[in-house]
Design a protein around this ligand. Structure first.
Ligand code: GDP
Ligand code: MG
Length: 446
């Protein structure tokens, strides 16, 4: 599972300031494996990994996040983009910019969910756009399929054009179009026959229907449960017909969603709708970001990134950076300010709350609690110091240490440990010349 895989790498990448070729490689390998596990077809996986790599290398780490988490952010954004997030919300809408009736042609293998989707669309259009819808079946091979369309059309409250099975599919479609024009239908949905596998005769038949009626929408209906096999079907239909959109059905039966990625990769066409139940109201406008999250199986990573960005007091961090740069000394007051920043970010436990459950487990709640307690104790110790001591930590010798320990309710060793940690950081600050504020804060969290 991708969540677990990412959590593992996020952990190992802690403490590095930038995403590099090296530290990205391991994580990308995990992403790749997880996508294959989600049953995404290999060519789609390859393209995706290449894109993420290009975007990730060199990207600055935001706020207190580790490079691992930043990479998760890149993965999520790219996944959403591949799902069609960049196409805008109109992409999932049907195009009606034509002389009525607007014709919608349904294409896809048998069992993909075409007939069911016709019913769902008819209901959706009637309820949401008050359009007058006519449906027709160009399936002359299976009378039962025609009956099924008649039933769902009635359930949707739309009109049904009966099929003469002795006619050719093209003639049936043209007759329905003529009827729709004369009865002022806004939309004509043409259901078609499908084979269990792709074959030339079926492709020719649907191409002929397409050429005869010139639909404004040609929707490729595909079963999400096909997983990576969806790529072959998508390729065949995409080559044979100028598709305008995709309907991904039976998403309720496949939690992995790998087919979505493969189909997008091959066709480049927007996924307009998702089928999420057998019932006629089981149709949703496709949401690329939600689908990306589903494939990732992650909690709200973006919310986490935002949180960290908000929490960091950028001005204060820049002040400190300026002070160090101009030769100023990093003292215990600065140290305390940094601890305060960490608390402002909601603390480690607060940030952790936003991660998915499995990831929280992987990160180890116990450790986080401990780290937070430690930060509070450090603050307590600094509070027990005089202002002079905070500005000149070198003044703090044995007697003062005992006083501070007593005041903060800790052992003298702990004061020593805190001062050692502070000195370490002071050295690092000198080296970084203020450029690595975030790095320092991360090292404080351990
Ligand atoms: P067609 O051969 O492409 O017309 O496919 P059908 O519309 O007859 O659907 C095949 C089967 O899939 C039927 O049993 C439908 O009830 C079922 N089905 C279609 N869409 C969905 C969906 O989104 N979710 C679920 N669970 N079942 C669906
Ligand atoms: Mg059918």
């Amino acid at each position: 599972n991708l969540t677990q895989r990412l959590a593992k790498v996020v952990k190992t990448m802690r403490g590095e300031a930038r995403l590099t070729e090296t530290n990205t490689a391991e994580m990308l390998r995990e992403v790749r494996l997880a996508l294959l596990e989600a049953d995404v077809a290999l060519p789609a996986v390859r393209e995706f990994i290449a894109k993420v790599k290009e975007k990730a290398v060199g990207e600055e780490v935001i706020g207190s996040l580790t490079p691992g988490q930043a990479l998760v952010g890149v993965v999520q954004r790219e996944l959403a983009s591949l799902m069609g997030a960049d196409l805008g919300p109109e992409a999932s809408q049907l195009n009606f910019a034509t002389q009525p009736p607007a014709i919608i042609l349904m294409a896809g293998l048998q069992g993909a969910g075409k007939t069911t989707t016709v019913g769902k669309l008819a209901k959706y259009l009637r309820e949401n756009t008050k359009k007058k819808v006519l449906t027709v079946s160009a399936d002359v091979y299976r009378p039962a399929a025609i009956g099924q369309l008649e039933t769902v059309t009635a359930q949707a409250g739309a009109d049904f054009f009966p099929t003469k099975t002795t006619d050719k599919p093209v003639d049936i479609a043209l007759a329905a179009l003529d009827y729709a024009k004369r009865h002022f239908h806004d939309v004509l949905i043409i259901d078609t026959a499908g084979r269990l596998g792709i074959d030339e005769a079926m492709m020719q038949e649907i191409s002929a229907v397409h050429a005869a009626v010139k639909p404004i929408e040609t929707l490729f209906v595909v079963d999400a449960m096909l997983g990576q096999d969806a790529i072959n079907t998508a390729k065949a239909f995409s080559d044979a017909l100028p598709l305008t959109g995709i309907v991904l059905t039976k998403l309720d039966g496949d939690s992995r969603g790998g087919a979505a990625l493969s189909v997008r990769h091959i066709t480049g066409k927007p996924i307009k709708f998702a089928g999420v139940a057998e019932k006629l109201d089981g149709l949703e406008a496709f949401d690329p970001s939600r689908m990306a999250n589903r494939i990732l199986g992650m909690g709200d990573i973006l919310a986490l990134v935002e949180e960290a960005r908000k929490g960091v007091d950028v001005a204060a961090a820049q002040d400190l950076a300026q002070k160090i740069k101009s030769g100023g000394k990093f003292d215990l007051n600065d140290f305390k300010a940094q601890l305060g920043q960490m608390k402002k970010m909601g603390g480690m436990a607060g940030l952790l709350d936003k991660l998915p459950a499995q990831m929280q487990q992987a990160a180890g709640n116990a450790n986080m609690d401990q780290a937070e307690k430690q930060v509070r104790r450090m603050e307590g110790m600094i509070n027990s110091m005089t202002l002079q001591e905070r500005a000149k930590p070198e003044l703090i010798k044995a007697t003062r240490k005992r006083r501070i320990a007593a005041g903060a309710g800790v052992q003298v060793q702990e004061v020593n440990r805190m001062l050692a940690q502070f000195e370490q950081m002071q050295t690092m600050m000198k080296k970084l010349k203020g450029g690595g504020m975030m790095k320092m804060m991360r090292s404080m969290k351990g």
